[in-house]
Design a protein around this ligand. Structure first.
Ligand SMILES: [Zn+2]
Length: 309
């Protein structure tokens, strides 16, 4: 009889134990809001509920609070700002689901400049002072020394207000190379040799079309004249960077040839025709850099246009 009582006691204890275990299991099921908004610093409170049926809280992909509101209480660090911009994209109200296949965008143009300064040191100082708001990826000294100042994938501030074809944001598309030159002098051989080596690397690495090696004056003809008339565009074109024409075999343009249309097709912004013509002549005619197109200039323009575009 005592044994029976003992058995009953053990059975009752077992029942109580199992019940507790069941409750422990229930309390272990943590119900989290399902967050597909990707907000890195969204705090998800862990909810320990002892309930019969678990509650699944589905959070809308579009938060009720806009990202602006969410961060309005404090000033974001630059890194947070970039993260937030990446997360929200342009369409701030859209859902966010991260794609996994992507990489950084590549430069597709090279813009060549002269520094209009007196030394590499002066140029580097200019690019490193707070107020200048200008930069370039590379600076090449007269002695051929190459200094890299930005990663190729970064967006340098070298083009300024500019246009080439339909592209109005050249900084986003290009690598900027500054040649140490005061604007009135030839470019020494060691400098050009280093440039050619660099261009070769960039062309191969980013598959940049040969027509996309251009000068600052090409994309900003009303404001800029660099690189100056001494820059060897012909040599560059022979090596596969930029365009030139066969001086020994120039085809005459047809009677209905429109030089302004040709300049436009090549890429020049012809909203100021005189400036576009001057930029073209500085680069391809070299002598008589003015805004008048002679018969010879028209022929050169026609041959470049016909050869490449
Ligand atoms: Zn420039």
């Amino acid at each position: 009889m005592k044994l029976n009582l003992l058995c009953l006691l053990v059975f009752v204890l077992c029942l109580v134990g199992c019940g507790t275990k069941n409750k422990v299991l229930q309390s272990a099921s943590i119900v989290k809001p399902v967050d597909i908004s990707g907000t890195p610093d969204t705090i998800v409170p862990e909810v320990n509920l002892i309930v019969d049926s678990p509650i699944v809280v589905l959070k809308s992909a579009v938060d009720t609070l806009s990202s602006d509101q969410r961060f309005s209480e404090r000033v974001l660090t630059p890194e947070e700002k970039i993260q937030e911009q990446k997360r929200t994209g342009i369409h701030k109200g859209a859902d966010w689901a991260s794609a996994i296949h992507y990489d950084l965008r590549k430069p597709n143009f090279v813009i060549i400049h002269h520094t209009a300064q007196n030394s590499v040191a002066q140029t580097i100082r200019t690019f490193q002072v707070e107020h200048s708001k200008v930069s370039a990826h590379y600076v090449i000294g007269r002695d051929g020394r190459v200094i890299q100042m930005l990663n190729d994938y970064d967006r340098a501030w070298h083009a300024g207000r500019s246009k080439w074809g339909q592209i109005t944001d050249m900084n986003s598309m290009s690598i900027g190379i500054e040649l140490d030159n005061n604007g009135k002098e030839p470019f020494p051989d060691p400098q050009i040799n280093s440039l050619l080596l660099l261009l070769d690397t960039l062309k191969t690495k980013y598959t940049i079309p040969h027509t996309n090696f251009i000068g600052h004056a090409d994309i900003a003809p009303t404001r800029k004249d660099d690189p100056n008339v001494f820059f060897p565009w012909k040599l560059l074109a022979e090596r596969g960077f930029g365009v030139w024409y066969d001086e020994s075999f120039l085809i005459q343009p047809p009677f209905n040839f429109s030089p302004i249309d040709a300049l436009k097709i090549i890429g020049y912004d012809v909203s100021n025709e005189a400036a576009a013509i001057k930029a073209f002549k500085r680069k391809f005619i070299i002598k008589e850099v003015n805004e008048i197109l002679t018969a010879y200039d028209r022929t050169v323009l026609y041959n470049i246009y016909k050869r490449y575009y």
